[in-house]
Design a protein around this ligand. Sequence first.
Ligand code: NAP
Length: 275
Amino acid sequence: MKKPAATLFALFGNPLGHSLSPLMHNAAYKEMKIDATYVPVCVEHLADAIKQVQKGDIQGASITIPFKTEVIPYLDEVERSAQRIGAVNTIGHNEKGGLIGYNTDWIGLVRDVEESMEIRNKTFVILGAGGAARAAVFGIQQRGGKPLVINRTPSRGEATAREFGCPFYPLSEIGNIRADCLINTTPVGMTPHTGTSPIEKKFLGNFRWVMDVIYNPVQTQLLKDADEAGCTTLYGVGMFVHQGAEQIKLWMGMEPPRELMKQLVLEKLSEDEGN
Ligand code: NAP
């Protein structure tokens, strides 16, 4: 990837809420002694925002809801994994100066899971069928794991499962399924709806590991229940930090300080939860 000439990076999304990406990226750049700034941009017209990157005013951007798929037609090149997932969460410049799109969500998820368990030959229930679910299914398959999809809307779940060649079950079947790990990729339990969980506590004994990709709150109701059911729990903060760290690696070609980034994000989230 072409080295950036100037030093502005951005987050494109709408709404952005209180995104933790600027805090995390800016702290990492400072620690890495890179003279760069990362700014949140609430985007009204994606084409205008992309033009800023094309012109080189912005060297790279993180792409979030609702633009991860919409951004694809604006790009000159889409890296293979992002193509397969059908979502781009990172854009930068390729060697020819054109725009290239990547997906770092799947690497973020896989790296976090691998800190707790080996993926190869393990079975994974992926709850949900949206962008995060597709990143999870792709990542698990890349590492030799066996995912199956469970989704509220059967047609969407079936379509995702078919595309990746894995089984689909309707949500009503969750109590009958055993797997090594459950990964929630639905937004159920996210702030401000923190008391809710996408699956009943009595079913959590069917899994040894339970991961939630939600990172706000840090410990979702699902993870509280899973903890009480004796499962090993994986917080979404890990995935969030790794997907951001992989963006920095793509843009700067350097390894970022992941532990520092995680510590900062956890501190900020616990501060917010205390208020
Ligand atoms: P999405 O494309 O909108 O997909 C959401 C999925 O959740 C759909 O399959 C939807 O099912 C299901 N769902 C929504 N509400 C539900 C409910 N009340 N009950 C059961 N299922 C429900 O969203 P996404 O982009 O995949 O993002 C999902 C979550 O992942 C968000 O919370 C996001 O913040 C998080 N995320 C985290 C990271 C990280 O780094 N930790 C990275 C990416 C995303 P239907 O098909 O039935 O509508």
